[in-house]
Design a protein around this ligand. Structure first.
Ligand code: TD3
Ligand code: NA
Ligand code: ZN
Length: 304
């Protein structure tokens, strides 16, 4: 059933595992994610960004979720990912979202603090969980930006959590969105993560966490794509981040790579097919497979 993100954050934080937070903007991804979670008996966050809402319309996205929510035995939250505008947060609440992220990480600390407090005051009354972000999602292997400038400051995180009352914090520790996270070797700031967990004790979220697996990158390049140099967070690094206190892992790129690699392969090989279902069904299966793999990596299988 559909539940508040609060119960998911609390359980993952208490038992030191991470829950997958998988993005969707259409029926195929939504069905693949929920079917995978049901088969793994794992709780999940299903989430939409503002651009997903722009693409499909919130009526379609939230409507599909409410239509199917009682078909699944696992607890799952419907989460607004990277809510940059309070208006979007209010719209999501209107449409039965059970968790929201207010992302003011690009604004001043004071601005982030003020607006986050406001969002918490509304959501707390409604039993809706609130996630916020401190620091910037930029990979820090090139020295152009100093780590201090972009990564989360653990002392500031403590103050921010105490003054806002958020349920979960996304601390920037060196990851970035998309398929090209690192030029050199991946470097997550585990010391910094450890300090944030010690000082705040709350549920933590890792953004830009996709693994960007070689098998999908190669298949996309083989069948007409061009994403050479794509690189993500190795499984071992991800596991270490979960051990150090990450409780929600945002995963979008891995699902895209799985879907697009299968789609490109079939588009290249099945030259007589014109029924989209002949391509979308296997592509959906590929998404389901990668979601199951990531659920197990996060340690949330059987934790429903
Ligand atoms: O942190 C993430 C996903 O990270 P990744 O790109 O590693 O899957 N998200 O918040 C998903 C949406 C990203 C913006 O499109
Ligand atoms: Na989020
Ligand atoms: Zn993100």
């Amino acid at each position: 059933p559909l539940v508040s993100g609060k119960v998911l954050f609390e359980k993952a934080n208490e038992y030191n595992f991470a829950i997958g937070a998988f993005n969707f903007n259409n029926m195929e991804f939504l069905k693949a994610i929920l079917d995978a979670a049901e088969e793994e008996q794992a709780p999940v966050f299903i989430q939409t960004t503002e651009s997903a809402i722009k693409y499909a319309g919130i009526e379609y996205l939230a409507g599909m979720v409410h239509a199917v929510k009682d078909k699944y035995s696992i607890p799952f939250a419907l989460h607004l990912d990277h809510g940059k505008h309070v208006e979007t947060i209010l719209l999501a609440i209107r449409h039965g979202y059970t968790s929201v992220m207010i992302d003011y990480s690009d604004k001043s600390y004071e601005e982030n603090l003020k607006v986050t407090k406001y969002v918490v005051s509304i959501c707390a009354a409604l039993g809706i969980s609130v996630e916020a972000e401190l620091g910037k999602l930029v990979s820090v292997e090139d020295e152009v930006v100093s780590r201090e400038e972009v990564l989360v400051d653990p002392e500031q995180a403590k103050e921010f959590v105490d003054r806002t009352g958020i349920d979960a914090l996304a601390p920037a520790i060196g990851t970035a969105h998309g398929a090209f996270k690192f030029k050199g070797e991946p470097k997550l700031d585990f010391e910094r993560l450890k300090k944030v967990k010690e000082l705040t004790g709350i549920a933590l979220v890792l953004h830009g966490a996709s693994g960007v697996y070689e098998e999908y990158v190669e298949k996309i390049n083989k069948y007409g794509g061009d994403i050479k140099g794509a690189k993500g967070v190795p499984d071992e690094e991800l596991k270490k981040a979960v051990e150090l206190g990450i409780n929600k892992v945002n995963t979008d790129t891995d699902l895209r790579l799985a879907f697009i690699s299968k789609l490109r392969e079939l588009m290249a090989l099945e030259k007589k097919v014109i029924d989209p279902r002949k391509f979308l069904k296997p592509a959906m299966e590929e998404v389901k497979n990668i979601v199951k793999k990531r659920i197990r990596l996060y340690g949330s299988q059987g934790k429903a």
